[in-house]
Design a protein around this ligand. Sequence first.
Ligand code: ADP
Length: 348
Amino acid sequence: MFQKARIKLTLLYLLIIMAVSGSFSLVIYKFSTREIERFSRTQRLRIERRILEQGFFGTKIVPKDFIAVIEPEILAEARQRLILILLGINGAIFIFSGSLGYFLAGKTLEPIKEMVDKQNIFVSDASHELRTPLTALGIGLEVFLRDKKQSLSKANVVIRESLSEISNLQALSERLLKLAQFQSPLFSLNLESVSLNKVVSEAIEKLKSLAKEKKIRIVTNVEEVKVIGNFEELSRLLIVLLDNAIKYSLSNQEVEIKVQKENSNAKIQVLDHGIGINEKDLPHIFDRFYRADLAREKVGGNGFGLGLAIAKKITELHRGSIKVESVVNQGTTFTVLLPLKPSAKFQI
Ligand code: ADP
């Protein structure tokens, strides 16, 4: 498909260039032949005058067909030469602009190809991820329907399991939708002055029941820092990091959130003392759908590998950076840096 589009675009470039070059050649041809005719006319008059003054082989009579024979021959030869030269030039332009057009068409289509490739990978990854919970849901319901001894209590269990799968699917589709939204070239953030204190409170409020379930204490060490950003998205970022810190900690452990100013940045840190991340997994954890083996072993199916991809995208949208440090079985620290003063392009 890409190759076809490239050839079509090359032909379009060629058509435009050849139309311009052809029209110029036509103008040059018309202009030059007119000039040659004019030149030959003045030459003829000059010869005639000279013959009248000096004579033609001793006589004052000019043979009528003498000039009439020479002139059309010279003119025809000049025209022919001109046509050949113009054809040569147009041929060279055709070959040169054809190869250049092919190269430029490739360059023009490259970002589009990249975007389409990314989109295709995203769609195939997403449908793969959606298939697993949907299959589980389907099998659960089918097994129940085939069961000859259906009972209310069994129905209760099946409905409960189905609801949990449905809520997993909802969470997955919400995250997929968010990522797709971030990828759209038309997406832009609504910016405002955001208190990171409030962002931290919002994230804790959303996750306090999960922390309580796991008996995890959330400790905060938060300076009053304001950044220009989007409250909803910054809260989403902190929720992802805090949710992971709780999810990948063991019961009765402590999770800490720190916010402070550092040079021209706001520094947000989420620290845990949980299972940690293997060194080989560290370069990949921000990739879509990536889940480390350690997380799969300890937390099982409770995750889609999308949270950190979303967190990274939100940080980038705020012209910030995110990094991770981790030691297996000792804990993990995520550090987000957000500029205190936005760049000129990022003013509200
Ligand atoms: P998930 O939904 O699987 O948590 P994320 O994108 O949020 O997806 O995280 C990607 C992977 O990074 C996780 O599966 C896990 O392996 C690892 N990870 C993220 N945060 C932590 C953490 N605080 N401690 C240990 N591993 C983590």
